[in-house]
Design a protein around this ligand. Structure first.
Ligand SMILES: [Zn+2]
Length: 494
């Protein structure tokens, strides 16, 4: 029997605002002292009144604009009622039927598969709500402490349409969204720190009718998102094939055993008894025509402030430098790497072999410089080589003034200590020797001292030439051009 899996995502992200959603307390996720950033509003003391954080609204609107969502002119907050110790009010202020943003889509741009790079996932809505307090359970699980620092932190919730069909698509969506949130500077979106949390809805069906929906929570890595979905698809398939029934429930993910497990039966939406928050006014996000009247939120101004989206940047990098999707992904996932590369390429404007320089720079940046930074634990801030000197090194290599061996050595030196590559190679006499008269003497000497190798070569062991070239390279401390040496050996050996 064929079953078609359908997957939707609900993603929460803590916003990076200075203060909390409905009070003036600091929004500091790094605060170590429990219950430091609290006040009567976020502790729900009777009579304390909330006020809306304008910056948080703007941040969600910016996300909506980047996703091409409709920004609703009128939006409102509602109370979502439920009881849990991490929720002091007994309800969470959220948005129910009038969210800030409706619709929109996100391109699965991080995929390396050219076809999948064209697929986009429809978004249902993006809204704003508040985070809950953090429960710290004791080791014996008999008691718990509550830290209210997180209570009332602005939380963005994004819901997708149920349009994904496997774990990989869901992972690509979550990774793409994380990159977007970081690029828009609205959230740190670190999944391990709980700053971005994914919930998955999965159902299997034989026909067009959607099957019973199962929700998976506690997914705190991209790997967990993909693995949990693929596990759950298989579990439901096995169950249905045996004639069993899928129960509507919430399941957790056991990262150690890589299985999902039943947590509780799912509440229906009406269980939350949503109703409009009476202590907050309707939100009015003004449109262009109302700009003249002096609006609180100005969509046109926000649009102007928007940085380039990661998928726009990927297209730009891919097309202007002729990189593959995989290579372009490396750059958009590391903003500083992309910046270093773009500034290096700027320096190649005037040179003849521009394309060759770009591809050389690309290889030296990704394999040599990045490799060195990883092994020596150098980060972008304490890297001593700048794009100007890096481009100089690439040009020296391109003009055959240094060998690739020397280029690698000089790169290590400049990366660690700084300096001008051209001055270094001059001072150390590392410039490539392509003066054939000088090299001819060395070649003659090597032939004289390696009679066995020479005989082997004459007997037809052509590869011996590599050994002879290596000897000559050592003699010249790597400054000779290997191609020139090879030619000279061939000439002299006949
Ligand atoms: Zn507060």
């Amino acid at each position: 029997m064929k079953f078609k899996p359908t997957i939707g995502l609900e993603i929460h992200a803590e916003l990076k605002t200075k203060t909390k959603m409905f009070c003036g307390c600091l929004n500091d996720p790094d605060e170590k002292i429990p219950n430091k950033n609290i006040c009567p509003v976020c502790l729900a003391h009777p009579g304390a009144l909330p006020t809306i954080n304008k910056a948080a609204v703007e941040e969600v609107v910016i996300v909506g604009l980047a996703l091409g969502s409709e920004i609703l002119e009128h939006s409102k907050f509602d109370r979502k009622n439920y009881f849990y110790p991490d929720l002091p009010k007994g309800y969470q202020i959220s948005q129910y039927d009038m969210p800030l943003c409706k619709g929109g889509k996100l391109l699965l741009f991080l995929s390396e598969d050219p076809e999948e790079g064209k697929k986009s996932i429809q978004i249902t809505r993006v809204h704003l709500e508040e985070d809950t307090a953090r429960l710290i359970h004791s080791a014996d699980k008999k008691s718990a402490l509550i830290d209210f620092n997180r209570a009332g932190v602005p939380l963005m919730e994004l819901v997708t349409e149920p349009v994904m069909h496997n774990g990989k698509e869901a992972r690509l969506f979550a990774q793409g969204l994380q990159l977007l949130l970081k690029r828009l500077k609205v959230s740190k979106a670190d999944m391990e720190k709980g700053q971005m949390r994914c919930e998955v809805n999965i159902s299997l069906s034989k026909d067009d009718k959607l099957g019973t929906k199962v929700e998976i929570k506690n997914l705190n890595s991209f790997r967990a998102v993909e693995k949990a979905i693929d596990f759950e698809i298989q579990r439901q398939k096995d169950l249905l094939e045996k004639g069993g029934q899928v129960v509507q429930e919430t399941r957790g993910w056991d990262a150690g055993k890589e299985i999902t497990y039943s947590q509780r039966l799912k509440e229906e939406a009406q269980d939350y008894r949503y109703f409009p928050e009476p202590d907050l006014p309707l939100l009015h996000v003004h449109s262009e025509k109302e700009k003249a009247e002096g609006s609180l939120f100005n969509l046109e101004e926000l649009k102007k402030k928007m940085p380039e989206t990661p998928w726009q940047q990927k297209e730009k990098i891919k097309n202007s430098y002729g990189l593959s999707p995989k290579e372009a992904n490396l750059f958009i996932q590391d903003e500083q790497l992309a910046d270093f590369f773009e500034r290096t390429v700027e320096e190649f404007k005037e040179i003849k072999l521009k394309d060759k320089a770009i591809s050389l720079a690309f290889n030296y940046l990704l394999s040599d410089l990045k490799g060195l930074m990883e092994t020596e634990l150098i980060d972008w801030d304490n890297l001593k080589i700048n794009p100007h000197n890096f481009s100089k090194l690439i040009i020296l290599l391109l003009e055959d003034r240094i060998s690739s061996r020397i280029a690698k050595d000089v790169l290590v030196e400049v990366a660690k200590k700084g300096g001008d590559p051209e001055e270094i190679i001059k001072a150390k006499g590392l410039e490539q020797v392509s003066d054939t008269n000088e090299l001819k003497i060395i070649v003659t000497e090597i032939i004289k001292n390696n009679s066995i190798a020479v005989e082997d070569y004459k007997k037809g062991k052509i590869n011996v030439i590599k050994f002879l070239v290596g000897q000559a390279m050592a003699k010249t401390r790597g400054t000779a051009a290997p191609s020139v040496l090879e030619k000279l050996f061939k000439e002299q050996l006949g």
